[in-house]
Every structure is written in C-alpha cells, then in structure tokens.
Design a protein around this ligand. Sequence first.
Ligand code: GRF
Length: 216
Amino acid sequence: MARLRLAILISGRGSNMRTLLAACRSGVVAADPCLVLSNRAEAPGLALAEAAGVPTRTIPHRDFGERTAFDAALDRALREAGAEFVCLAGFMRLLTRDFIEAWRDRMINIHPSLLPAFPGLDTHRRALAAGVKFAGCTVHFVRFETDTGPIIAQAVVPVLGSDDEARLAARVLEAEHRLYPLALGLVAAGKVWVEGERAVVEGVTQPTQMLLNPTG
Ligand code: GRF
C-alpha cells in the first residue's frame, strides 16, 4: 500500500503530534508527514515539527473575519501540501460543516475521554466531578458535532482517589501517546473503514480481560 501523505493540525504543545511524527519516521505508521499547520504562531509544537524536518505553516485564525474564510485557507494549505489525510492533535478551533465534509473519513481526532462521555473542554475536571472510576482517550473520525464521529480506538486508565486534574491529565496523556500512533497506523494500513457511522477495524488483536476499579 502507498504511504499516506499526512497533515497534522495543532494549536499548542504538540506532544501528540510529536508521537505521530516519530511513529511515521520509525515506520510504525505507513505515512509521510507533509505539513504541520497551526492556527497560533506561538504554538510550541511548531518548533518540534521543524526540528523533525517537517514543513510547517501558521494560519492565524484572527486574520479571518469568518470561520468559512479561515477553513477555506486551511483547505487550500492542505491541498497545496498534497495532504491526503489529516490528524487533529490539540487543534483548538471548531471547524465548519463544509470543511469537515470535504475531509470526511479522511480526518481523525484524539480526545482525552472515553467518548461519548465528556466531549468538549475541561474534560478531566468534569470526569473528576462525576466521580467516574475509569478515564481514557478516544481516536475517532471527525464529524460536525464536537468530539463525535465513528470511534476507531480507545484506551482506558484508572481514576485514582488521589487524582487532581493535572495527575489525571498526565496519566491520560501517556495513554494518548500510545493510542494515537496505533490508531493512525491501522488507518494507514487500510485496516479501518466506516460502515453506517461505525468504524470497522480489521486484522487486530483485542483485549479479553475485565478491569475493576476498585479491585477489592
Ligand atoms: C490532548 O490532550 C488531546 O487529546 C486534546 O488536546 C491535547 C493536546 O495536547 N485534543 P498536545 O498538544 O498533543 O500535547
């Protein structure tokens, strides 16, 4: 199979982007990063991408009056770079319906919760407030409603009695860094497709063990 030409959209730190770039470089993911694009010039992730030798671009959303104009510029930049597939990795802009449709089933996102629980912002604070005993992260195809779309993969971590937002976020982020390359690797290998708004994942191993929290 040909390698996917991949663009990654970021707004900040870029730690997920970095794990995706590393997985492409090591061959774990059959994709060639062709662009890292940020809507914020000060995103620390841009320097990481440059250090990894990946072309970067900044398109500041503030330069555009309307979301549609910003999204049109994004779309142009992606096509100019020859991108075939897009990973959102901490990209903090809501996208228009037209843009999402143009990249339908060719754009995925990672969200730091077990979707459909806790979509949107302040995920970890809301998970702690709800008292859930497991948290985690989800990689999914992108649809119009925030943090919805066919689920490709999820990782589960326990919520501990001693957790605060930062501790829980750090535990989930570690899971994100394993899950996102795994999910993208499956997509790039042609093992994932969408059927009736559910992602079908083929040729993978799955867990059989139950997890309890507390354990006794
Ligand atoms: C991650 O927690 C991701 O799940 C969420 O935004 C955060 C981005 O972190 N969408 P980073 O920029 O990848 O370090």
